[in-house]
Structures are given as C-alpha cells and as structure tokens.
Design a binder for this molecule. Structure first.
Ligand code: SF4
Length: 922
C-alpha cells in the first residue's frame, strides 16, 4: 500500500549547511509553513546530494521527535528575548521593545562614560569599554553590519571565530602570496597527482572533501597523511606518517632541504614567479648557535628587520599621466596625498650571487638533514624518505600536488610559520596557481571566510584593507600614502577605502571632511585588541559591555574558567543565539555564585539558517545564497533585524540627547530598506557589491570603483556578486545564485555556479599555471593560456590579462611574470620579510616541550607572546609531561551549541571521550 509521496505539494528552497566550510547545498521542502524535508542538493557541485551526519540532521533544530513518536517544537529553542538581572538566579522574559530600549541605553551609557578622543595627539575616537565577538555563523550581510555596528560606536575590539582557528593562515599566507585565503576550491582537489593531508583529519572534519580526494586517488594520485594520530583520513591514505606534535616546521624544513639539495624544484616557475633570484641585503643572516635572525633587540623583544630587505636599484615613481593606471589621483574629489614610489629589487637570474634568496634558503635549510628531522619529529627514516620522494615528485612541471590542512597547523605558537613553511614547499614545486595544487586551508565554520573577508576582526577593514592605526594612519592622506604602491593591485587601494567610507557614511562623507575618515575609531599600536586580550580587559574592568553574536566563548575559548570570571565583571552582555549557551548562562556555572554577579545579560532569539536569507562564503571562496524557507520560530529575528533595530534606536538617542561625539553614530548610513520601505537584507547585499552614488547603478567589477567619492562599496572584493540591476530585489537572478553545472574545462571549475570572489576566479594566482610566455605547464590542466595574440582561458584570469586603449577599447596584455599581483613585487615570496618572527620558517620547540631543540641553540621562539599576565601560572614540563591534542568528530561541531541540541546526532555520539595509549592508560 503506497503512502502518499511526502514531497508532493511542497515548495523547495535552497540553503547551505551551517557547519563546516564545505558549503554543501541543501534543499528545504516546505508545506503549510512547515519543514517537511531537508536533504542534500543533488545538483550542487560541492556535495552532489550528499550530506555528512551533521548536515543530514539540520532539520532537527526546529522540531524533534519524542519517545512516543510525536513531532514537537524544539523545547530548548529560544523563541522570546530574555534578561538576567544583576544578582538574579533566573531568566526573565522581556518584550523586544523593552529589550531594545534597555540595551540601547546601556550601550550609550557605557560609550559616553568611557571614550578616548585622542591618543598621541591623533584623533582616535575610540571606546575601549565595549567589545564585539562573532560571527562566522552569520551571513555576509550580517557580518558586515556586526562590525559596522561596533565600529560605529568607536569599538576596535572586534573578533570572531577566525582568531581561534585560521587567523594564523592569513598571517602566513598573505605575506607570501598577497592574500590569506585557500588558494583553490573543493572540486579542484580531484586534479592533484599527490595530496598531503597534514594537521587535518579531512575525512572526519570536512567529510565532503574526501569525495574529491578519492576522485583524485581513483585517477592514480597518491595520498599522504601526516598526523600525530592514526585517524580516519590516515586509515584511507596510501602513506601515513606519524609526527611529534609541534615539529611541523622541522618536517617541512627537511622537505625544503630535500627539494633544494636534489634540485627537484620547478626551476622556471621559481625563477619567473617567486623572489628566488632577488638579492638580499648582505648583512642579513641567521645564527644557528643562538637560533636568532639578524636584528634581534632583546630589550624591545622584537626584530629590527632592516637587513631582511632586498637590494634595490631604480626607483619607479607613481605615474599619474593621462591613460596610466595611476592617473586617477588627478580626478576632482580625490584627496591630495603623497603618492609613493617603488624601489625595484635587484635580481640575479643566474643564481650565482650568494645573496640570492634561493641561495640563502639553501644555506638555511642545510641543517634540516633527514637524520636530524627524524630525530626531531620522531618519523621513521624509511617513511620520511617515502613521503619526501612522493611529494617532491610533483616538482615536475606537468604534475601538481595539493596540501590540505586545518587547525593541526594553525593552532600552535608558530602557526603562521607552519603555514609559511607549506607555502614555501608549494612554491618550490610550482604548485600554487595550478589546477590540483594550492594551499588549502580547510576552514571550520560555514562563513568564517566571509566573516574574515568582511573584517569581523580588529586588524582589517572589509576586503583586507588595513584598519587605521593611530600611529600609522593619523589621517586619510597618510593612509593612502602608506597603503598604496604605484603598480599592481596596490595602486587602487585608496579607491576601495574611499568607496567603503561612502557606503559607511553616505552623503555625510565628502572630500571636505576626508570622507569622514576620522569617524573610524583608530586602533592603537600599543594595545592588543584580539579575543583573549578582550577577556583580560574585562578582568581589569576596562571592557564593560560585550556583544556576542552566535559565539560560545565559555565553551570554546582557552581558559574558559577565566573567561567566565572575567564576564562576571561586565556591566552588561548581549548574546544572540538559537539556544541558551554556556556563555549566555555563564552565571549559572557550578563555580559561579549568581547572587554576587552584577552583570545584566540579554539573550536574544536569533533566526535559524533557513529562517532568514543572505549570502555566505565557503572555503573555496564561493559566495552562495540562503533562501528563507520558514518564518522564524516564535519571536526570533534575524541578526540583521536585531542589529538594525538596536542601532537605529541608539542613533535616535544620540540625535535626541546628544552624548560623546554623536557624529560618529548619527552620521552612519544605516538605511537598508527596499522600495516598499521595509527592512531588506538585499539592500545590504547591494551595498556590499557596490554602486554608483548618483545613479545607484550596481557595479559589475571592482575596477569601476573610484577614489573621488562617486562610488560606494562595503567590500570591493565582492563586486560583481550581486550586480543584476534589472532584478535587483530578486536574489535568485544574481551571479551568486547561478546554478549551471557546465564544466567545459573538465577541471571542476563550474564558472556558472555561484560566484567566487574576486571576479569569479576559481583558482587564485592562475597566471602561474603557464610559463612566463603563457604556455601551460600541462595542457590537460590548462587554466590560462596565451595563443600568441590573446589569452584563451578556462578560468577567469587572476592577473592583468587586458587593459584599455585611450579610446576605451580593450587590448590584450602579453604575458609577463606578474603572477602574484597582490604583493607589491607581483611575485610570491619564498623569503617573506614582513613576517615579524623571521623571514624563513625555523623550528623552535613548543613552550611545553620536554626536549632540547636539535636544530638551533634556542629552545622556544623568542617571540612567543602571552596575552595574559606574566605572573599567570602556566605549569612546567615536569608537571605536565603528556602531550594532549584535541580533535573533532564528524557528528559534532565546534562548541556543540547546535549539534548538542539535535537528538539524533547526540544519539550517535552521546558524550565526549579521551583516547590514550595502552601504556599511558596503565
Ligand atoms: Fe557538508 Fe560540511 Fe555540512 Fe557536512 S558539515 S554537510 S561536509 S558543509
């Protein structure tokens, strides 16, 4: 007897999973306002219908099935605002109107009483008493507004999940390539000849990635897993190597030495596209005796890096002649600034000069012999040889290898240098910018890429522009002169900053007032304003108010007990989430006495991923859209609505009552409505994409953004993701919602599916996939190619492939060596002088290490920085002789706020556990 088909008469909505950064597509089937079914989107190129157990359980946020098989609303979902009053042991329900009123007044009071207008004689307009945390769970539009909200109050303590997971990726990759993001994308893994998973358990933690790894393996690729634990990825790999935790740089240093001493590097690639042939200052050196690079200043606890620079010859001035890329500075409306010039590095392509970067590297890594590396890492010599020879085989021009890594590389005292070491290996083997290559940072959160892009972290402005620092950028002209260079992408940076100011302050931003640059609160070079420092600020009663968007630091931050105690000193805290988190209820923890805690806590019900719309970015930089399938449960609101209601009320209060520097709040443009006058998140999407200020026409690319105040853009790198002017209120008619599965390249590029920033480029630095004359290293993996007259491409060029004639017509730019246009050299850096702790990755033992450093005379890096007080008890290696590592399971996600609330997920993995060796267990 067939049952009626449960999906008949349902309406389908596309959505994206809210767990890892795979960006798996889902379909929500809805009937009568109820979610009838949720399953993997069979057309989606990332997951092709599949979902891991977490993704398959997404429907469980809203409804659960009871023991007697009844479907009921989730009993733990927060559906009405709550407040916990000072000294109280209970939550009280509160209306939205009352909550907004109280929160707006609390924020205003804290800001007005704790404001720093000047520092070192510079206008800083800063409030250090309020901090904002999160979130990689929010959609892009909400991320943008979360940081805009906080910064418009004067806050600079802004951070999100990326601080805990992949901030060291950005600080390792960006100084090498110019950008800090995963260089390829999920379906590109299938093109690799060799895959190395290191510091990741991708089968378990990014399950969809294993589909693409297995595709490559089925075509003959070799898969290497290096990890302290024999994990689920190792169980499936061709080669498994154990490694002592904290010795990754020794491992990679040995691989660099193996590649250099056996001449296995891809010479043409290295000479054309990296700084291998650049000449360094002859006074640069590294001393293995004391483990220090040249320039160590023990008093300052920092390096003086002037000897780490290149030898230079000619100076290229900024060319502002008509028709030149730098001519825009002469347009009316552009602030006057001192255009910088460019010092061209000296090179020796013959590599005979001992000061060539490659020769310096050769000397540096000669100490990393296989014997020493085996002693340091604990790797078996035969396994090491097999790993090195297999991986280095990808130095052949036609072969490519990819590295998949995650927190096993980043969450170390030397996480940034771990990432750098991987970059150096990949550059030597010619594996960056090619199909099946790259440094693939497997991001852990659904929108940690987007939240990082949108600068939900203190150092950046959206699109990886530098957020102003008092001592470095006292005014807009200085910012322009400091951040720009007369060539490559840098020549346009000021245009992006001025367009951002136009979005932020609307018509209030004018040339006469430096486009309101002074209203941006400036960071201080003397202060740390990242996550842990914020908790120390709370502990010292400096930070008094805390905004928490979809984050749970009481469960996932280091030293959670300390975090709880610090929160107990706050005046107020605002948490928006789906369920009551350990953070919202920190005052209920077993070691807390709520009657003694004076913190007022607001817990706001936030809409689920399928109860709101908006875009997010997966690890491969694909911007995708979530359709709203259901009305939010109870009184829940999207974070967009919460932020808007609260900020509008704060603006009203400042207009009515005044206060400290009201302009910083009242001059902010926060008008995100549709033509019907209703709040509409799509208005934020349009603002992020960018538009002409007069006509409101959406721009197609970032090259349309101007430095004369005529354009506005929340984030220049997203330009083109939402640019259909004819259907501007229909997100399903925008580039990011395209659903073409066509892949003429056969390389899994899917240019017609969604939109990858920037400009829909799928493989970053793809110019490097062809030699200096534009001939692909491997014609079967062709991304771009010069046919003698023009570029013929499978991917969108990530380089200057065309330019304009004076009459406006397009002309082709013949091949050159500028494959990494996001560095000012336009080459990648094997030797990265911007790294503050050393231009070449060097092995130092972890702080807790029980052994001597066998590679240099220094145990631990001199630059380890502890955010906490020096007197904090940290323990000794004698007290704590066991190395413990933490890891995730397929079924649970991060702090578990979500998965611990899905009953059928909890059934599969009911509780945390510890794995120990039999010897240790005894
Ligand atoms: Fe896909 Fe990751 Fe979600 Fe699993 S958790 S369904 S792999 S996006």
């Amino acid at each position: 007897q067939p049952y009626p088909w449960k999906l008949s008469n349902t309406q389908e909505f596309y959505n994206i999973c809210c767990y890892c950064s795979g960006g798996c597509g889902t379909i929500c089937s809805v009937s009568d306002g109820k979610l009838v079914n949720l399953e993997g989107d069979p057309d989606h190129p990332c997951n092709i219908g599949g979902l891991c157990p977490k993704g398959a359980g997404l429907a469980g946020f809203r409804k659960i099935i009871t023991k007697n098989r009844q479907e009921i609303d989730h009993p733990y979902r927060i559906t009405r605002p709550r407040v916990r009053r000072p000294g109280s042991t209970e939550w009280e329900e509160i209306s939205w109107a009352q909550a907004i009123e109280e929160m707006a007044h609390a924020i205003k009071k804290t800001r007005d009483e704790n404001y720093t207008p000047y520092e070192d004689g510079v206008v800083v307009n800063r409030c250090d008493a309020i901090a904002s945390f999160g979130a990689a769970q929010l959609n892009n539009e909400e991320c943008y507004l979360a940081q805009k909200f906080a910064r418009s109050l004067g806050c600079v303590q802004i951070d999100n999940q990326t601080r805990v997971c992949h901030s060291s990726t950005v600080s390792g990759l960006a100084p090498t390539f110019g950008r800090g993001s995963m260089t390829s994308h999920w379906s590109d893994i299938q093109n690799a000849d060799v895959i190395m998973t290191i510091g990741s358990n991708n089968v378990e933690c990014h399950p969809l990635s294993s589909r693409w790894v297995h595709k490559a393996v089925d075509k003959g690729a070799k898969w290497i897993v290096v990890d302290p634990r024999f994990n689920r990825s190792a169980a499936q790999a061709d080669i498994y190597s154990k490694i002592r935790p904290g010795t990754d740089i020794a491992f990679f240093g040995g691989l660099i030495n193996y590649i250099l001493s056996n001449k296995l590097y891809q010479k043409d690639y290295v000479l054309s596209f990296t700084n291998a042939s650049y000449l360094l200052n002859p006074n640069y050196k590294f001393n293995p005796e004391d483990g220090l690079f040249e320039g160590w200043d023990a008093k300052k606890g920092a390096y003086d890096t002037h000897t780490w620079q290149y030898q230079t010859e000619e100076v290229v001035p900024w060319n502002s002649d008509p028709g030149q890329p730098g001519a825009w500075i002469n347009a009316p409306g552009v602030p006057k600034f001192n255009p910088p010039s460019l010092k061209v590095p000296k090179k020796d392509k013959s590599l005979k000069d001992p000061n060539c970067v490659l020769n310096v590297m050769q000397r540096h890594y000669a100490r990393y012999t296989p014997e020493t590396v085996c002693k340091v890492t604990g790797i078996d010599p035969e396994v090491l040889e097999e790993v090195y020879s297999t991986y280095a085989s990808s130095g052949a021009p036609e072969k490519t290898a990819t590295i998949l890594y995650a927190l096993g590389q980043t969450q170390h005292h030397n996480g940034s240098q771990n990432c750098r070491a991987m970059c150096v290996v990949q550059l030597l083997l010619g594996n960056v910018g090619v199909a099946g290559g790259g440094i693939n940072a497997l991001r852990g959160e659904p929108n940690v890429q987007g939240s990082t892009d949108l600068a939900v972290s203190s150092p950046d402005a959206p699109g990886y522009l530098a957020w102003p620092i008092a001592q470095r950028h006292p005014n807009l002209s200085t910012w322009m002169a400091t951040e720009a260079y007369p060539d490559g992408f840098y020549i346009n940076k000021p245009k992006f900053m001025i367009s951002l100011l136009k979005e932020w302050y609307g018509d209030n931003a004018q040339l006469e007032n430096d486009y309101c640059f002074d209203l941006f609160p400036k960071r201080s070079a003397k202060k740390n304003d990242t996550t842990m420092a914020t908790f120390y600020g709370m502990n010292d009663y400096i930070c008094k108010g805390y905004l928490v968007w979809g984050m749970n630091p009481c469960h996932c931050s280091a030293n959670a007990k300390f975090v709880r105690n610090a929160m107990a000193k706050l005046d107020w805290m605002i948490v928006a989430d789906w369920y009551e988190t350990e953070t919202a209820s920190f005052w209920k923890a077993p070691d807390m006495d709520p009657t003694q805690i004076q913190t007022t806590v607001y817990l706001l019900p936030a809409a689920l991923l399928y109860e709101k719309e908006g875009s997010l970015v997966n690890s491969g930089r694909w911007i995708q859209w979530r359709q709203k399938a259901l009305e939010p449960a109870g009184q829940a609101l999207s974070d967009f609505e919460i932020l808007t209601k609260l900020f509008n009320r704060i603006q009203q209060l400042y207009r009515k009552e005044g206060g400290v520097n009201p302009d910083q709040v009242t001059k902010v443009n926060w008008d995100y409505r549709n033509p019907e006058g209703k709040l509409d998140v799509k208005a934020v999407s349009q603002a992020l994409n960018g538009y002409d200020c007069k006509t409101k026409r959406l721009v197609n690319t970032f090259s349309e953004l101007q430095g004369d105040g005529s354009t506005a853009s929340g984030i220049w790198i997203y330009a083109g993701y939402y640019n259909n002017n004819e259907a501007r209120w229909d997100p399903m008619e925008q580039p990011m919602t395209r659903r073409s599965k066509e892949d003429p390249s056969g390389l899994g590029l899917y240019l017609g599916w969604s939109f990858a920033w920037p400009a829909n480029r799928r493989v970053l630095y793809n110019r490097a996939s062809a030699d200096v004359k534009g001939k692909p290293w491997n014609k079967d993996k062709m991304l771009v190619s010069w046919d003698g007259k023009k570029w013929v491409n499978n991917d969108v060029p990530d380089f200057v492939a065309t330019s304009k004639n004076p009459d406006g017509s397009v002309k082709q730019v013949p091949p050159n060596n500028k494959a990494f246009m996001m560095t000012w050299e336009q080459n990648a850096r094997l030797f990265a002088y911007p790294m503050k702790d050393g231009p070449l990755p060097e092995h130092y033992e972890p702080f807790e290490s029980p052994t001597k450093n066998l590679l240099n005379g220094r145990g631990t890096s001199p630059l380890i920085l502890f955010a906490d007080k020096p007197q904090a008890k940290r323990g000794t290696k004698e007290e704590f002789p066991i190395v413990a590592t933490s890891y995730s399971l397929t079924e649970h996600w991060q702090s578990g706020t979500q998965t611990r609330n899905v009953p059928w997920i909890v059934q599969t993995q009911p509780s945390p556990f510890v794995e120990v060796s039999q010897e240790l267990a005894k």
